[in-house]
Design a protein around this ligand. Sequence first.
Ligand SMILES: *Cc1c(COP(=O)(O)O)cnc(C)c1O
Length: 498
Amino acid sequence: MTSCVDSHLNRTDKSADIKFLDKVFDLVKKYYVETSTGKSKVIDFKLPSEIKSEIDFTLYDKSTDESKLLELCEKVLSTSVRCTHPFFFNQLFGGTHPYSLAGEFLTTVANGSMFTYEIAPVYSIMEKEVCLKLASFLGWDDTDSILAPGGSMCNLYGLLCARHKAFPSVKTKGIRGLPNMVILTSEHSHYSIGKFAILMGIGTDNVVKVNCDEDGRMSPKDLRLKILKLKEDSSNPICVVSTMGTTVLGAIDPIGAIADVCMEFGIWHHVDGCLAGPAVMLPELADDVKGIESIDSFSWDAHKLWTVPLQCAAFLVNPKHKGIMLEANSMNARYLFQQDKQNYDPSLDTGDKSIQCGRHIDVLKLWIWWKGKGTDGVREDSQLCVKHARLLGKMVEEREGFEMVFRVQFIQICFFYIPPGLRSLERNEDFYAKLDTVAAYIKSEMVKKGDVMIGYQRSHHPRNINYWRMVVSNPAITKADLVKVLDEIEELGKRMFS
Ligand SMILES: *Cc1c(COP(=O)(O)O)cnc(C)c1O
């Protein structure tokens, strides 16, 4: 086959386009089935030099034959990590659902942008509806909101609102001449907070880390003391960021008690619910999220626990601050946000409160998925993940050679595997030095084999020792899968130190 598709977009005969796209969709269907049934490997690990020898990355002056293009499409898929595979436990996201995939495909073929109602009429209404639904679980009957490219960006929106609330003049005058601004957050919070402190001219030295308890939950008492100290030093705490579902341990900060401290001092309280946002829908975690209605803003990643493809995240503001996003971020670009539009209310244009210009339509995949499953189905997915995480925690506790490192709080399970050759050793420096090498060794063997992917790390361990952090974020996972993973770790590691 040479090239049949007209490179300048033939407008009358689309048969060649459809023929090409059909072939691509055949690849998509094959990949989807292989991956989601767990029939393929999770990863076919290759070194950069190997990938470069298999895929010709160079862009040439002349066109590439279509059969070659299709080969490249296939190669790209087969060389990618299969993150939707049931044995992918490496990250905080996992499987994708056919409904949400359908939404993503439709979005792409329509190729719209979210900046105005004029360009995105259906999606503007849909986004408002979805955000109102999410806000209802925070106890809010209204919200100022936006869908953003990821949870980190939602956190940025939270910090921008907080800064604007504290110092509205920052919008025109900048931070020069203003008192020193400080953000308080826990030592377990997401690194995006530090990154945005850099971006906002606040600086990482002005991100004050609040102490946590042994489960990694922020201490409201320490928070209060740190705020008092900052005020004595004439610093200005502008925002407290608490976390619902910390990245490593899945800890949920005591939201209500932190909210009380924030209200006492009139400080903006942003909750990073990127991971455990869905906890607000779960009766079994109701105690952990008590007080959520009195916070000021919230980040919610739909692409983590839910089977919605990246990127899909919502930023929600307490309705008592309605309008603040526009106040903080608007530039009133006249060419896009004409205020004399005759056929609709320009307040439907979401673009000016955004910090982007063009904005990908992230809402359809979430809306169609939710519509298809119903709120009950959405809730059950999260419940399954939480249930399986707890089950795995129990299995680890009961299985010889395995040991929990931290208590299971959400969907992460942090544990050691101790090879038989180490089990009888005294727990001294030498033992821990050896144990520290176990996860990295097994992981490299695991990736070579390609059947399972789990992450490991040393963060927050009191002795700085590497341990496994497995994430159960795919509702398609079964108990048998969890057993298989522990078997795999044992199989790959049991001969170490023997
Ligand atoms: C994943 C995560 C983020 C970042 O979200 P992205 O969508 O990856 O940008 C922020 N905070 C927490 C707690 C997270 O788990």
